[in-house]
Design a protein around this ligand. Structure first.
Ligand SMILES: C[S@@+](CC[C@H](N)C(=O)[O-])C[C@H]1O[C@@H](n2cnc3c(N)ncnc32)[C@H](O)[C@@H]1O
Length: 194
């Protein structure tokens, strides 16, 4: 959920109950060995003025925004893999935005999201620029330089092409209802699924 922007907006739009999931320390994310670990260690070695490099600022930002807004949104400091319907409940709408490619196990992530979704899922992810109908995912080994930004993502693992993404979604019984924004040339997809 990062800082909780979409959660606060959902609440403002009238959602009865809003629950967010986002981890508290960066080491809860999927850090591997080799390339991913090297990039992670390098980033962690950078001394930032007011915080330990391990701290995920999202939690603090979320709490500040929650207090200022007087919001009832709740946040769980867990990873996607820890999502459990017995603990969190079931939801009419799930926002699964910008997470899939961060996971070493994207299918497990989707299974967890499916387990708490009884309605629609908004799924946003990076996709491969390949436009063929043959489903595949490319493996980026946990390290992707983001073009135009001075930033290397230590947890970018998988990039499906659009056909692959749709196949993954179908495997969990979702159907794509709407392609809200698909830009294959720039590797971006936002889908509404049920
Ligand atoms: C590109 S941002 C997207 C944030 C937010 N969902 C949005 O759309 O604004 C990536 C987010 O993925 C989270 N993330 C990375 N790996 C994760 C994992 N295994 N489980 C849960 N969240 C994860 C990071 O903490 C970060 O907030």
């Amino acid at each position: 959920m990062a800082d909780g922007l979409y959660s606060f907006l959902a609440e403002e739009k009238g959602a009865r109950e809003v629950v967010g999931v986002g981890f508290d320390t960066l080491s809860q994310g999927d850090i591997g060995f080799g390339k991913s670990r090297e990039i992670y260690d390098k980033q962690m070695a950078v001394k930032l003025p007011n915080r330990s490099p391990q701290t995920n600022m999202h939690k603090k930002n979320f709490e500040t925004a929650k207090r200022i807004l007087g919001s009832k949104v709740t946040r769980h400091g867990i990873t996607t893999y820890d999502i459990d319907p017995d603990k969190l409940g079931m939801f009419d709408t799930v926002f699964y935005l910008g997470i899939l490619y961060h996971l070493l196990n994207p299918m497990l992530g989707l299974a967890k999201v499916r387990s708490v979704c009884k309605g629609e899922m908004f799924l946003q992810t990076a996709i491969d620029t390949d436009t063929s109908d043959k489903p595949f995912m490319s493996f980026t080994e946990g390290g992707l330089s983001v073009e135009g930004m001075n930033f290397v993502d230590y947890s970018h693992w998988w990039t499906p092409n659009l056909a692959g993404l749709k196949a993954m979604i179908r495997a969990f019984g979702f159907s794509v209802i709407e392609e809200l924004h698909v830009d294959q040339a720039n590797g971006y997809a936002l889908l509404r699924c049920e």
